[in-house]
Design a protein around this ligand. Structure first.
Ligand code: MSP
Length: 508
């Protein structure tokens, strides 16, 4: 592998349990990474926890713990998302780690060296849970416009980043790199924000101490964004370990609420520090739960662990990537999850494998039948799988259009079902076993393609499907129209259902 890629999730505030919102971004990054790796690209995927700030300091105090003790406990809950969802990240970065503090300090020093930091005064209405200052006009009924929490008047000395110097440079960059911010609707929002004029950004605080100290001024700690955003570089060893150059620039997946920080502040900081800009910032939408906004007080926050326990890991993974268009807002509905499980997974895919493999087991002595002298019908069906299909699928993956990538695979699954129904191998059990075997083998060849293409989305189930057909040669480069992927005569074991149907009795 000589090509590389790097994809990141936001680092999560570890102040509660991970919910389906954080799971969603991590899952998308995982699917992308797995697909890229299968396509021969050495892909890094990093995630982690954002551990500084007043809110953390106060939450720790409430539990009578030191911030670090509190964080060790809370961060572990986020790390557990990986086994819960079967994520394949390479790095889990915590901003309280030495390697990160070193990188954040280096970033600060570079900004100072470039003359982009100055000292000033900051005053405003501050909301602790939002970690944000608001102007008088922004408040709603005197409270935070984001969370509705009470605000307090805070005045403090602060270091500023000369963000106002970057407006034109950023606009030029957006224009020259139209895919830098995606989707387009979000890009337009950022463009109009920057066009309306950028104000310098307060980047330090002296009102709390839980943060990375500002170099040369211990009264101040870095404020959330210089610290937090630098995680994307510290996770790959910046600035000392030359490895970072191998993977940078990154694709950042973020929720729409934090797009501005990633598409405006971060590129300005990088320009100021002389580091190349990210490849892309992609903002996904927000998930609601059964039509309502998720909130702790309403008690409707969807717990990924609970969903996995009830419906299965791959089922949840598939549903989130299939039913909700990545980039748009979406709704999490258990009814639709069950529909997808039954229609797409149990019926279209699971049942097809089961029917074909049961016949091979019972009627072909449990051995992979021969593929000699295929007919025009067989060729026509098999012409739909191969390098063109992989290419189309990867185009969608690279655009982070997971739904369309799955759609290309499901088109093949539907064609395979149609081929089975028109060829009717079960009618040939006694009359023409050779032709029956040929049909089953053609289907089994298509299963190699299908099972590998669904692997980034459903790794465990895909491995089971591959094992059942004896498919071991696993990279997308092998998915060609030229070669057959299975060995004639190889023994296959008795097939077992991989995707169960869900009936409401199970819910009872
Ligand atoms: N710590 C910052 C990010 C710093 S990145 C340098 C942060 N953390 S967060 O825990 O509050 O949010 C993490 C991510 O979860 C954000 O991308 C946010 O958009 C996402 N989501 C939170 N609720 C969500 C939904 N209901 N639906 C989808 N994503 C949601 O912000």
């Amino acid at each position: 592998m000589n090509k590389t890629a790097y994809i990141t999730t936001p680092i999560y505030y570890p102040s509660g349990d991970p919910h389906v919102g954080s799971a969603y971004t991590s899952l998308a990054a995982d699917v992308y990474s797995r697909a890229m790796r299968l396509n021969g690209v050495d892909t890094k995927f990093s995630t982690g926890t954002d551990e500084h700030g007043m809110k953390i300091q106060r939450s720790a105090e409430k539990e009578n713990l030191s911030p670090q003790e509190y964080l060790d406990k809370m961060s572990a809950r986020f790390r557990k998302l990986s086994p819960i969802l079967n994520l394949s990240e390479h790095d889990f970065i915590r901003t309280t780690e030495e390697r990160h503090k070193k990188a954040a300090t280096a970033m600060w020093n570079k900004l100072v060296e470039g003359g982009f930091i100055y000292k000033g005064n900051y005053a405003g209405w501050y909301s602790v849970p939002d970690e944000t200052y608001y102007t008088e006009e922004e408040l709603v009924d005197g409270k935070s416009p984001d969370s509705g929490h009470p605000v307090e008047w805070v005045e403090e000395e602060s270091y500023y980043l000369k963000l106002s110097a970057f407006g034109d440079k950023l606009l030029k960059y957006y224009e020259e790199n139209p895919d830098f911010i995606q989707p387009t609707s979000r890009r337009n929002e950022v463009l109009s924000f920057v066009k309306s004029g950028l104000r310098d950004l307060a980047i330090s605080r002296s009102s709390f101490s839980w943060g990375v100290p500002v170099p040369g001024d211990d009264k101040h700690v870095m404020y959330v964004w210089v610290d937090a955003l630098t995680n994307y570089l510290s996770a790959i060893g910046w600035p000392d370990d030359e490895q970072w150059k191998k993977y940078w620039p990154a694709i950042h997946l973020v929720g729409k609420d934090i797009l501005r920080f990633h598409a405006v502040y971060w590129p300005a900081m990088l320009m100021a520090a002389g580091v190349p800009l990210p490849k892309q910032v992609f903002a996904h939408g927000f998930l609601t739960a059964e039509g309502s906004k998720m909130s702790k007080s309403k008690g409707n926050v969807i717990d990924p662990q609970e969903m996995v326990n009830t419906y299965g890991q791959d089922q949840l993974r598939y549903y989130l990537m299939r039913d909700i268009q990545f980039g748009q807002d979406g709704d999490f509905s258990e009814e639709r999850l069950v529909n997808r499980m039954n229609a797409d997974l149990a019926n279209d895919l699971g049942n097809l494998f089961q029917r074909v493999l049961s016949m091979v087991h019972k009627n072909c002595g449990g051995q992979v039948p021969d593929l000699k002298d295929v007919t025009a019908d067989d060729k026509a069906f098999l012409s739909h799988v191969g390098e063109d299909l992989v290419k189309e699928y990867m185009t969608h993956i690279e655009k982070l259009d997971f739904n369309k990538a799955l759609d290309t695979v499901w088109q093949i699954i539907r064609l395979a079902n149609k081929y089975m129904d028109t060829q009717k191998p079960w009618m040939l059990k006694t009359t023409d076993t050779q032709r029956m075997g040929q049909i089953l083998r053609v289907l089994m060849e298509s299963f190699c393609h299908v099972s590998l293409l669904v692997e980034p989305f459903m790794p465990t189930s895909a491995a089971k499907l591959q094992k059942q057909i004896g498919f071991t040669n696993k990279t997308f480069a092998n998915l060609t129209t030229e070669t057959s992927l299975l060995e004639t005569g190889a023994t296959i074991s008795k097939p077992e259902g991989v995707f169960m149907r869900w009936s409401n009795e199970e819910a009872a």
